[in-house]
Design a protein around this ligand. Structure first.
Ligand code: DAT
Ligand code: MG
Length: 171
């Protein structure tokens, strides 16, 4: 049975620097999924750490933070394009099109297989991020997006008053 899901995609700084945004979005459109949110964002160290917290004990963690912050690709590329895709089996469909984590292992017809590389320092520059399960997708979408930046009611939210201004936040 297919299930309606949502998933976070990040086009990483190498994808932006290599001018791959159009190619990647075209490739992802094969999934027949829908884009429910999109924005360009500068990645702080704190956001990078939070996003990859499960890998904090890995030897490549610091390099990974440097990479996702765009600090390997020049000041101009200190950014990522963040997207939320929704639809049937969204998580699996996007992961299939993205390809294996290690770009050398990834099928050459996938995004990572076609465009990724491993740097001489051992960083997997694999062009995109894609959530790998529903729990991870929920955590990541709530981390990268505010409720009003997504066109669907994906998760419970509540109104908070901050400096006399009403704001919707994730519950
Ligand atoms: P994925 O991005 O396919 O979900 P992951 O969650 O295991 O893979 O790891 C997150 C990122 O960390 C991955 O996109 C690239 C980097 N990474 C993972 N394993 C690595 C390794 N052995 N050497 C270098 N970078 C690695
Ligand atoms: Mg992962």
């Amino acid at each position: 049975m297919e299930t309606f899901e949502q998933t976070l995609v990040l086009i990483k700084p190498d994808g932006l620097k290599k001018s791959l945004t159009g190619n990647i979005l075209t490739k992802l459109s094969e999934s027949k999924l829908e884009i429910a949110g999109a924005k360009v964002i500068r990645v702080s160290k704190a956001l990078a750490e939070e996003h990859y917290y499960e890998l904090k004990d890995k030897p490549f963690f610091e390099e990974l933070l440097t990479y996702i912050q765009g600090k390997l690709h020049g000041e101009h590329y200190e950014r990522v394009l963040a997207l939320v895709y929704t639809g049937e089996d969204a998580i699996k469909r996007v992961r299939q099109i993205a390809g294996a984590t290690n770009p050398e292992d990834a099928d050459p017809t996938t995004i990572r297989g076609a465009y990724g590389r491993i740097t001489t320092k051992g960083v997997y520059e694999n062009v995109i991020h894609a959530s790998s399960n529903p729990e991870e997708a929920e955590r990541e979408i709530k981390l990268w997006f505010e409720p009003q930046e997504i066109v669907y009611d994906l998760y419970p939210k509540e109104e908070k008053v901050l400096n006399n201004v009403k704001k919707l936040v994730w519950k």
